[in-house]
Design a protein around this ligand. Structure first.
Ligand code: SF4
Length: 344
């Protein structure tokens, strides 16, 4: 089996607030292999975006990575990104060139005072030595021509003209396509897609997902796909990590997560996917209760106040360890591993 492009091991990111400690990510581990799409899913506040920021080393104070490793496979040897200076040259060279981000709202990612094409041309020239180690420097004319090709490859019509457009002149769908072109410009090994279709309409959403899937197949790029939407995960991911209150509840291949979910939280999430077949005005199933405030994480299993299967005296007292529940499938639940608890 090929080595993972990214290996997240026992990652812990804590926020040190005046009001107390928030364990936003608390012992998360997963691998991303070349060409694999790993979906990280969960309700708001489950820690998926903080995990993404930790990979990119852009966690802001009072947050801090307090434990674990983020091993990125660089050429022949893995580099622990948590050991690199967040503002240092080595991390800057990796970020943007080898690991690229497709953000939820590209409007905020593009500068409004330069054309989108100009920004991609700059990125191409800045990171040129990483994707083209030798040969003459890339001229502006060549970089512009490559940008037009990138626009064409992500389905932007009239690419010659749109290279000169400003981000605020483009529709939401075109802006997201331009952002994908920007992310792909340096041929990254790993793409992080952070809710990339949340801010756009449903038709454009389907087009963008098809585009990402097509690009992933053609280029074999590994993707970490962050979303609250299990429907999107079903379409995109090969492997799924289900998070709740900073911890992994379940992880495994997408077929098993959807057809043989083991954790009560995963089952509840799946039940709450809206279906077009329900009768009009039918109440949709929801997960009982709400996510506790991060400062008030419950003792024991974090899901126990909302869990229909909670066992009194067990689930409220100890934290279940993540253990095997199927082929390549793990869950942290006492229904399967009564004797395996971890330190709270
Ligand atoms: Fe529910 Fe207990 Fe399993 Fe937590 S450990 S998910 S409370 S059954």
């Amino acid at each position: 089996m090929t080595a993972p492009v990214l290996r997240v091991k026992d990652l812990r990111v804590h926020f040190f607030l005046d009001e107390g400690l928030v364990r936003a990510v608390d012992g998360v581990s997963f691998d991303v292999r070349p060409g694999q799409v790993v979906g990280i899913v969960g309700e708001s506040g489950c820690g998926k975006s903080v995990t993404m920021k930790a990979i990119l080393q852009i966690v802001e104070p009072p947050g801090r990575i307090v434990g674990g490793q983020i091993l990125f496979q660089k050429d022949s040897a893995p580099v622990d990104l948590t050991r690199l200076s967040p503002k240092g040259a080595e991390l800057r060279a990796i970020r943007g060139a080898e690991i690229a981000l497709i953000p939820q709202e590209p409007m905020a990612a593009f500068s409004p005072v330069h054309s989108v094409g100009e920004q991609i041309i700059e990125a191409l020239r800045l990171h040129e030595r990483q994707w083209r180690p030798s040969g003459p420097r890339l001229s502006r004319t060549e970089a512009r021509s490559m940008t037009v090709d990138l626009f064409r490859s992500v389905g932007i019509s009239m690419p010659d003209a749109r290279v000169d457009a400003y981000s605020w002149q483009l529709s939401g769908g075109l802006r997201q396509r331009a952002m994908i072109a920007m992310a792909l410009s340096c041929r990254p090994r790993l793409l992080i897609a952070d809710e990339p279709t949340t801010a756009i309409d449903v038709t454009t959403q389907a087009q963008i997902l098809n585009l990402l899937r097509d690009l992933q197949r053609r280029h074999g790029t590994a993707i970490v796909f962050i979303t609250h939407d299990l429907g999107v995960i079903a379409q995109m991911a090969h492997y799924v990590v289900v998070m709740y209150l900073g911890r992994v509840m379940e992880q495994g291949p997408v077929e098993q997560i959807f057809h043989a979910p083991k954790h009560p939280y995963t089952r509840a999430l799946l039940k709450s996917i809206p279906s077009v077949n329900v009768a009009p005005r039918t109440l949709l199933p929801t997960i009982a209760g709400s996510i506790p405030h991060p400062l008030g994480r419950p003792r024991g299993c974090p899901f126990h106040p909302r869990c229909p299967d909670a066992m009194p005296g067990v689930c409220s007292e100890r934290v279940p360890a993540l253990g095997p529940v199927g082929p390549d499938q793990l869950a942290s639940c006492f229904l399967y591993h009564q004797d395996e608890a971890i330190e709270p």
